[in-house]
Structure formats: structure tokens, C-alpha cells
Design a protein around this ligand. Sequence first.
Ligand code: ZN
Length: 239
Amino acid sequence: MADIHGNLEAFQAVLEDVEKNGGVDGMLCAGDLVGYGPDPDLCLELARSRNFLAVAGNHDAAAVGKLDISDFNAEAADACRWTGRQLSQENRDYLSNLPSVLQVRDFTVVHGSPRQPFWEYLIAPVVAKENLKHFRTKYCVIGHSHIPLYFECVEGKGCSLKEFQFEGILKMGDNRMIINPGGVGQPRDGDPRAGYLIFDDENSTLRYYRVEYDIPATQQKMLTRGLSRYLAARLSYGL
Ligand code: ZN
């Protein structure tokens, strides 16, 4: 999964849906556990209570002062400062110690892209191709754009962009892949439901899921806590 963004309702809905779909042995998160959403601390508590491995996203690093927020837009910067003030010392330490690149078996996990873990949006085939030489594993999991997609890359040829089918099972073949599971807490592909993937290592398949969550509850908390109306509103549209 990727881009939880302090959205507890979305994160809980994903965890419940994972159980409903047979459960998993562990979870990988491609960063941005916090930022934008109203429950950064509770999301981090929940993540830390699971078998959960994450890399730092730009929002995670910025919330603990490891990344300059001058490149953030006004809403993101405000939300980032607010997030930083909410964090317990333990959660601050947890975020501060997240790596920017993680390698787990056949997967490299980064937030933006392998060559620019914090900032690059990997949404174009040409950019996917350029990034192939920046990771060594067969697969790479990314986040940052909040758009579910994957690139299938043929050695010497290039990468093609593909979309997941809802609850579709994708058989992973011989080709290298760069995979974005979509956003948990702030989807941006026009579908407001939280997105995630389950990897089955016995059959080498990926299964793609979207799950509804209580969006009005999250929005209400955002407004009560003084977070931006625009950020709250966009959750309704998944944009
Ligand atoms: Zn994000």
C-alpha cells in the first residue's frame, strides 16, 4: 500500500478488507503515512502494531523536519506543520528512522521513484524506463502520485503503462515491473475508495482492491481540527 496520509478511517478499512480477503503475512508501505489527514499519530500507532515495513515519503520526512517544505504547496505545507505538532516522541522517532529505500525479497520499495525517492512522480513509461537501472530487484513498489498503475518493462525495449482491474488477478511473468498500488488515504484517480494490492508469493500474482470507508467522518475531523477545506473536499471525489 501507499499514501495513508493520516487517514485513519481509510487505513482501518483497508486493514479490515485485507483480513476479509484472506489476510497477509506482512505489509509494505511506499511512504506518506502522514500529511493531509487528521489522525497522523493514530495511523502511526496502528502501523507500528502490525507487521508493517515502510519507507519515508516526502510528507513523512517533512513532518519531522528532515525535508524542507518550501517546495510544498500552501495547503500541504500547512498540513505538514500541523502534522508535525501532533506527533508523539515515539512516532516522531519512528518517522525519523524510516529508510528512503527498502528491499524485501523481489521488491524494492520507494516513495517517488528509485532515482529520486522523495520527489519524482513516476507516471510515464519513459520515466519508468529511466528508473530501471536505479533498482536491482525484479519489482519496485512506488507511491507519491496516488494513482494505481503498473509498468511492465521488457529488457532492452521499454516500459508500458497498464491499469489494474478491480479485484482482478494479475499474473506476474518474467518482466520487471514498477507498481503503484494507489493511495489509501487520498486517492487521486477519480475513485474515492482506498486502494491497495495483495501479493501472493506462491502463485506470483497481484490482486487489486478498492474499499469504501467513512469519508464524511474523516472530513468532519479535518474541519474540526482546522485543516484545509479543499483537502477535505477532495476526498469525496478521489482527486
Ligand atoms: Zn502522498
